[in-house]
Design a protein around this ligand. Structure first.
Ligand SMILES: Cc1ncc(COP(=O)(O)O)c(C=O)c1O
Length: 357
């Protein structure tokens, strides 16, 4: 007898991967271009020597949860950390989605929201963003009528960079809470914009806000993310996590990072200034761009440039500059997404881009 077939509903699904190509300038996965502070690495090396590696880690990740809670000024019972915010999204869907349930997304957005929904057997409801990638009232109302169990809102949104206003997010929460939907705000890029929906939880909203150490904390290699949510939501998520899901290394790495908050803020400030500089340069080139509140900018060559997004992406790659090719993604015809790099990387990117255009 052969192996059993993969689950019917997954048989045509492809895994989700970004290309990992060896290039000089890698601006395709929205990582931080700078390493964490040197002191963090020194502290980490020292602390790792003290770990009893023969023992399971603290199942409740008590210290890490306390440190994250202090950082956001919330109760530790409102925090849960996991292996990247992707695992947080998965846990939310395992707990609140599943067969016979629905999750909604506003496209174009982070592909993993619908991908993990499908993996967990959750039906996906799509609301389409406007031309400018904002979310219109009609779209919201049509999604509302379909009564999703979970609704994802990504702000700043990947890949468009659009930041939802506090008023808009509040109106979504008000509308969807009435029909018992869990609203999940994905703030993977939250620190690059000027507000956080965690304030709304403090004001009593029943929402889950997901965050990551992969971007602003320069720790994509650690795979650490978390959710801030009312205790009841955190408790439900604990029922679907595997035992000892968060290893000792991550718990220590995260707590130590939180001792370097001002370094994180300076890195964010530098990247926000660089984002402004790239956006200004784009203004002088034949490219259309969308205002971004994240560490990347979505852009595409205009007809005047006489080059397609796909050809531009290849031409940049030939010059050893890798950006994200979104040109075949639905709604993003001809678009590329560039992650903000170091000033030197951004200079090279802009020089090559200008030369090609
Ligand atoms: C919007 C968004 N959410 C979540 C993630 C996942 O982050 P993590 O590395 O914490 O799994 C990403 C990664 O690119 C992202 O863009």
């Amino acid at each position: 007898m052969g192996l059993p077939e993969i689950r019917d509903d997954l048989s045509r699904l492809e895994g989700y991967h970004s290309p990992q190509v060896d290039v000089d300038i890698r601006l395709n996965t929205n990582e931080s271009p700078m390493p964490p502070p040197k002191e963090w690495m020194e502290d980490l090396n020292r602390e790792l020597l003290k770990v009893g590696w023969n023992r399971y880690p603290d199942r409740m990740a008590t210290q890490l949860h306390r440190d994250i809670a202090d950082f956001h000024n919330v109760d530790p019972d409102m925090v849960l950390a996991a292996n990247g915010s992707n695992e947080i999204l998965q846990s939310l869907l395992l707990a609140y989605g599943g067969f016979g349930r629905k999750a909604s997304v506003f496209e174009p957005t982070y592909a993993l929201h619908s991908h993990i929904s499908t993996l967990t057997g959750t039906e996906v409801i799509v609301g389409e963003c406007n031309e400018d990638f904002g979310i219109g009232e009609e779209t919201v109302d049509s999604v509302l009528m379909q009564e999703p169990d979970v609704l994802f809102l990504c702000s700043p949104n990947n890949p468009t960079g659009v930041v939802s206003t506090r008023e808009f997010v509040k109106s979504i929460i008000d509308k969807f809470s009435e029909i018992g939907t869990l609203v999940v705000i994905d703030e993977a890029y939250g620190e690059f914009s000027d507000w956080t929906a965690i304030d709304l939880i403090r004001d009593g909203a029943h929402i889950a806000v997901t965050k990551t150490f992969s971007k602003t904390w320069s720790m994509a290699g650690v795979r650490l993310g978390y959710v801030v949510a009312p205790e009841e939501i955190v408790e439900s998520m604990k029922t679907v996590l595997l035992p000892y899901h968060l290893d000792s290394f991550k718990q220590i790495a995260g707590s130590l990072a939180l001792r370097h908050i001002s370094d994180m803020h300076s890195r964010v400030e530098l990247l926000v200034n660089e984002r402004k500089r790239i956006a200004e340069k784009f203004d002088s080139l034949p490219v259309q761009q969308w205002p971004s509140g994240a560490n990347f900018i979505l852009f595409r060559p205009t007809p005047e440039a006489k080059i397609t997004g796909e050809v531009l992406w290849e031409a940049l790659l030939e010059r050893s500059v890798l950006v994200r090719n979104c040109s075949t993604w639905p709604r993003l015809e001809g678009c590329l997404r560039v992650t903000i790099g170091t000033p030197e990387e951004n200079n090279s990117f802009l020089e090559h881009l200008e030369a090609i255009l």
